[in-house]
Unconditional design. Structure first.
Lengths: 112, 115
């Protein structure tokens, strides 16, 4: 799986958009970008994933650059409950076991 | 619908002892994954069980083992505990659907402390 690089921490004002970047310059053609988050004292929670087109769901939007070497997770209206560690990973869509490995992630602090 | 449950919430053991951690998947899920989340080391894959069989294991020594029961619940056993085994142990469950991303749903974890 390709390696990802994320800033260790970010702050965001409540109600504003939170834009979390991720670099994955060694991503290969069949690897997807996935985002998870982990709120303190809870297990990780799936947010969104994509291959090359931008994706949106009820939680967030995922913007992937045309060369697929980086992406941004957007939380359009951050709330205090969005304070968490956000993990970006890249891996193939593999139905033979979706084993996950997370690095350090970005610690997002949403402030009132 | 109940989520993934794990027990116990906290477990304190001493070096050399054995620890047993339990996980109940979401109803209908056949796959159970175990992960270790040690401080500063991110999330590391331990074991994957599906339909009662061990399908894959991560880069951990054999003293980490487990099993999956006919009702799809699972146990993780850690023998000969070492101080560095202190971590949050997370269980996740999923369906397995061919040619699809099978989202994993995580439990709250068991915090194991080895003294």
């Amino acid at each position: 799986d390709a390696k990802t690089t994320q800033p260790p921490s970010m702050d965001c004002a409540e109600g504003r958009a939170a834009n979390l970047p991720c670099n994955h310059s060694t991503i290969s053609g069949n690897e997807y970008v996935y985002w998870y988050r982990q709120i303190h004292s809870q297990g990780p929670q799936y947010i969104i994933h994509g291959l090359k087109n931008n994706e949106t769901n009820e939680m967030a939007s995922l913007i992937i650059t045309e060369d697929r070497k980086s992406s941004t997770l957007i939380l359009p209206h951050a709330t205090l409950r969005d304070t968490a560690v956000y993990y970006c990973i890249v891996r193939v869509l593999n139905n033979a076991g979706n084993m996950l490995t997370f690095g350090g992630g970005t610690r997002l602090m949403v402030k009132p | 619908e109940a989520g993934v449950t794990q027990s116990p919430t906290h477990l304190i053991k001493t070096r050399g002892q054995q620890a047993t951690l339990r996980c109940s998947p979401i109803s209908g899920h056949t796959s159970v994954y175990w992960y270790q989340q040690a401080l500063g080391l991110g999330l590391q894959f331990l074991l994957w069980y599906d339909e009662g069989e061990e399908r894959n294991r991560g880069n951990f020594p054999p003293r980490f083992s487990g099993r999956q029961f006919p009702n799809y619940s699972s146990e993780l056993n850690v023998n000969a505990l070492e101080l560095e085994d202190s971590a949050l142990y997370l269980c996740a469950s999923s369906f397995i659907v061919l040619l699809s991303y099978n989202e994993q749903f995580f439990g709250p974890g068991t915090r194991l402390t080895v003294l």
